[in-house]
Design a binder for this molecule. Sequence first.
Ligand code: PLP
Length: 412
Amino acid sequence: MTTPYDTDAIRAQFPILQRTVGEASAPLVYLDNTATSQTPDCVVRAIVDGYTRTKANVHRGVHTLSQEATDAQEATRRRVQRFIGAGSHEEIIFTRGTTEAINLVAASYCSLLQPGDEIVITVMEHHSDIVPWQLAAERHGLRLKAVPLREGSSELDLDAYARLLSERTRVVAFTAVSNVLGTVNPVRRMVDMAHAAGAVVLVDAAQAVAHERVDVQAWDADFVAFSSHKMYGPTGIGVLYGRRQLLERMPPYQGGGEMIAHVDIDRSTWADLPFKFEAGTPDFVGIAALSTAIDWMEATGIERIAAHENSLLRRAEEAMRAMPGVRIFGDAPGKCAIISFLMGTEASAYDIGFLLDQMGIAVRTGHHCAQPLMHVLGVSGVVRASFAAYNTEAEVDAFVAALRRIHKIFHL
Ligand code: PLP
């Protein structure tokens, strides 16, 4: 028998949720989880442990502390490998985040391409899955194309995607879940289409990894990128999964300590995977604590967390749809627990975000690092509320009550 989902017990593990905000000392209602999720006690303790017990540089010392720190980092590599179903721990590269992981692939893999080769992305990408490809396109004379949304829909136009794929397509990069619309893209289908065209695929899993079980082999993806801070883990750490045959062919992204086999003044040779792509001292304390965050998510149950978030999503959206003048952006079936919205035409996203903050409610406002998508939606910004494991029905109700007050302020 499974135990009931106990939000109180979960919340008790996140001390930050007890704080108040603003002059009115309003209890914090944290609904900015898509930007970053909060971190449970056990992960904070793992970080403190790292700094108070085992801090020593990794892969550099024979002394006990260095060995222990190295073991903790490498155990996390294996933990991540199991978590995402990768074939080998050598295919797991630690980065500073999703952004750096994508930059790594764009800089390194694209250096193997020829002028006139093509990269396909989508209009719903985060800037971190657009700009690195633009930089690579400029440097190597590549062409960048973007899959549009289906007319009047929050989903990608897969017919247009099929038409964009050509014999010159070398890379396809797209997000598994839109950070604005919440749309869950059909990853495996899109990967298969790219592979049939002879392209490699990078999946941006930043918004997927805390809300669904990511299996890189079931996706058949060539590269997958995600960030620890969006999965209850420490900030400043990310993961790039890469298919071994590709990583082996790719040149290093950065040069420095630990990524070399041998260095002479005029040339160097590279370390084996994964170290070829890990120049310099990593955040080994944070990396070790990422393992604890994964343990926490699995113990709580990723599917159970997602079901809980979805029930909060339904509750909030039902109430919001009943409010005149509220426009919700994103209505794809099975979407993630993200609500992007605007109210009337008088209230800007910033007005709404500011007023919500006065009432203790933290949401994100603006273009959400997705300006091309904002252009498609015909707005300069939206307000975004998003849910995580620790949010409650009472918080949804407080959020809805706050929206009703804002509704009155603007006479909507
Ligand atoms: N991709 C998506 C879909 C995101 O939502 C984000 C962050 O919001 C990123 C990439 C960038 O992640 P990071 O800033 O952790 O590198």
